[in-house]
Write a protein that binds this ligand. Structure first.
Ligand code: BEZ
Length: 211
């Protein structure tokens, strides 16, 4: 199945390292990150899971629930967790789906047969409280993900969900933002009474609202 931005994230029941769950029920009113890793007991995945465990407070702060997945069983994930704790200094502190039957991997198109016909690629889906897909990124198995980038995008998504702004390239929390192109100058005057800088009529910047 192809999952595109704006689609409702496909719902599923799954067995995880923290018990059985229904994805939408588990998400509740939170934001969510669903990410796949190709296989248990592999080096890049080991570093990634340790990294996400260390970043858990950052996800919590943003009201984001994180859930991993691989095509191995929950039993296998449990055994691997001991290695992650030993080598990365942190045990995995979020659920990881056991997807031996590839039900969820297929639902989210995480297996790209021309890359590998049995293992998932490194997919990341960010899902909003409305259950819609807000971001998807796909990395190859050989490249570990930059989870600071995922947090940066979540900051942008949460800001733009609240204010009629967009964020420029390489933006990070606290930097100036852009007034969305659908906002007229008249509307902008009401929304941003402290004004903005017009660099071009289509490029209007202002300090990040709420900072
Ligand atoms: C890794 O995590 O290192 C890995 C997993 C599957 C294929 C290649 C690399």
């Amino acid at each position: 199945m192809t999952v595109r931005l704006g689609d409702i994230a496909p719902n599923f029941d799954a067995t995880t390292t923290e018990g059985d769950l229904n994805f939408h029920d588990w998400l509740g009113d939170s934001w969510g990150v669903l990410f796949s890793h190709p296989k248990d007991f592999t080096p890049v995945c080991t570093t990634e899971l340790g990294l996400v465990a260390k970043l858990k407070p950052e996800f919590d702060k943003r009201n984001v629930k994180v859930i991993g997945l691989s095509v191995d069983s929950v039993d296998s994930h449990g055994k691997w967790n001991a290695d992650i704790e030993e080598t990365q200094g942190t045990a995995v502190n979020f659920p990881v789906i056991g997807d031996s039957d590839r039900k969820v991997s297929d639902l989210y198109d995480m297996i790209h047969p021309n890359a590998n016909d049995t293992l998932t690629v490194r997919s990341v889906f960010v899902i909003g409280p409305d259950k819609k897909v807000k971001l998807q990124i796909t990395y190859p198995a050989s490249t570990g993900r930059n989870f600071d980038e995922i947090l940066r995008v979540i900051d942008s998504l949460q800001l733009t969900a609240k204010h009629k702004v967009a964020t420029p390239g390489n933006w990070k929390d606290g930097d100036d933002v852009i007034i969305g192109s659908s906002v007229s100058d008249e509307e902008a005057k009401e929304l941003f009474p402290n004004g903005w800088t017009t660099v071009k009529p289509y490029l209007r910047t202002l300090p990040q609202p709420g900072k």
